[in-house]
Design a protein around this ligand. Structure first.
Ligand code: GDP
Length: 419
């Protein structure tokens, strides 16, 4: 009788488990004919459960009760975390009993080889040309009269440093000109270089959590700025440096965003966690942290939604995602605001909203290769007081570089022309 009941229970469980729902996906699906790697979507052939008495010979194998491997319900506050009915995670096959650390399923074999990273100087040609053209009138002046100052101000504004920053810069330059007795436009461009470098300096480090915690880097910003691409590039670079990462598809609003991120995960060998379309993004990030933590993977790269038409909800949602991601073992050490350099001063307005809502720790300035208005970097650093940590210089995986104030300013205003 007991045996019959157990068999019925197993059949019912398997039927429910196959019905879909919230799921975790690890990297790489096997190609046709390839041997399937262990995946959370497919029930792996389960090893004999350690510590349990072996099943009686002629009995069907008894599957373990599904254990919630990455269950958002643990320690969950009301109204946060998993969507109703998402856990226990029935779409995830039963996990082994409290894990003796499994070999990480996200190991994609050899680390990808990246091409050399681009240099600012090579990718900021358009911005350099614009600034050079704008400054040519100023440089041609024989003395620093009011007209010369006006021309300099105009050049800075046209390069997109913003009116406020341009005015500040000019004030400081006038003082410096007085103190150091600068009299020629060439000398002043040299002083401008120093001012720009000073304003752009800042904490460039991407911080990681203490040992034992899972670092979470949240990527926020409006749609289209390059969040997904940046996460892909970061994952690629982490892998190339021999480190593993898990991506969390926290933009549950757009299935295409999760699909795009999944492609990057397959390309980079990073782990990948996604939820249902319209599901709770906090739950996805929470699951990603659990997934990473259970496998000793130190870093979660979390994408978030960026729809602007529901701004208030979006900001509330982001705050919640941040709170959930910060629950141990998760530790949010970076909230990176991705800004598209080609959107100019608009990017700054968006940046303020995100900064107020989620405490941005750094900026990723994308598409600098595609804009002539490199001055936006100065406006961001100056007006928001947030350091630019990474810069996108193209669409390839290697086209993401750490920000370097000196190199950046040199690319815009080469030293040799500042004499
Ligand atoms: P998301 O909506 O914020 O996730 O934006 P995506 O990551 O989908 O990027 C939007 C578009 O910008 C894509 O076509 C990317 O290839 C492109 N993109 C992202 N970063 C850069 C960059 O640094 N340079 C250039 N030229 N294109 C970029």
């Amino acid at each position: 009788m007991l045996v019959v009941l157990v068999v019925i229970a197993v059949v019912v469980f398997l039927a429910v488990a196959g019905s879909g729902g919230y799921f975790l996906v690890t990297r790489r699906r096997p190609g046709p004919g390839a041997e399937a790697p262990p995946s959370l979507r497919q029930a792996p052939a389960r090893p004999a459960t350690p510590g349990r008495p072996p099943a009686a010979p002629a009995r069907p194998v008894r599957p373990a009760r599904p254990e919630v491997e990455a269950g958002p319900e643990e320690g969950q506050e009301e109204g946060e975390g998993a969507p109703a009915g998402a856990v226990p995670d029935l779409a995830t096959p039963p996990a082994p009993p409290p894990a003796p650390a499994k070999p990480a399923r996200t190991d994609a074999g050899p680390a990808p080889q990246l091409l050399d990273k681009p240099r600012f100087r090579d990718r900021l040609g358009r911005a350099r040309e614009l600034l050079a053209t704008q400054l040519s009138g100023f440089r041609g002046r024989s003395k620093l009269d009011q007209q010369a100052w006006d021309e300099l101000e105009e050049a800075l504004i046209l390069a997109d440093v913003g009116v406020k920053t341009a005015t500040d810069l000019l004030g400081q330059l006038k003082q410096r000109a007085r103190e150091d007795s600068l009299t020629t436009p060439g000398q002043l461009v040299g002083a401008l270089r120093d001012q720009l470098v000073g304003r752009l300096e800042g904490d460039r480090e991407l911080h990681r959590a203490e040992a034992g915690a899972t670092t979470v880097w949240l990527f926020v910003g409006v749609n289209g700025v390059g969040k997904t691409t940046t996460i892909g590039k970061v994952a690629m670079q982490e892998r190339a440096s021999g480190r593993k990462a898990v991506m969390a598809a926290g933009d549950t609003f757009r299935a295409a965003a999760a699909d795009q991120l999944q492609l990057w995960s397959e390309r980079t060998g990073a782990g990948f966690v996604r939820g249902n379309e319209g599901g709770d993004p906090g739950a996805v990030v929470f699951d990603a942290v659990q997934h990473a933590s259970a496998r000793g993977i130190p870093l979660v790269l979390a994408d978030t939604a960026g729809r602007l038409h529901t701004k208030v909800n979006l900001m509330e949602e982001l705050k919640k995602v941040r709170r959930v991601a910060d629950r141990p073992p998760g530790s949010v050490t970076e909230v990176l605001l991705v800004i598209d350099a080609t959107t100019g001063q608009n990017g700054l307005v968006q940046a303020r909203q995100f900064t107020e809502a989620v405490g941005v720790t750094g900026v990723v300035l994308t598409k600098l290769d595609g804009t002539a208005k490199g001055g936006i970097a100065v406006a961001i650093a100056g007006e928001l007081g947030i350091p630019i940590k990474l810069v996108g210089l193209g669409e390839g995986p290697e086209d993401l570089v750490g920000f370097d104030a000196e190199e950046f300013v040199d690319a815009l205003l080469p030293k040799e022309t500042a004499a």
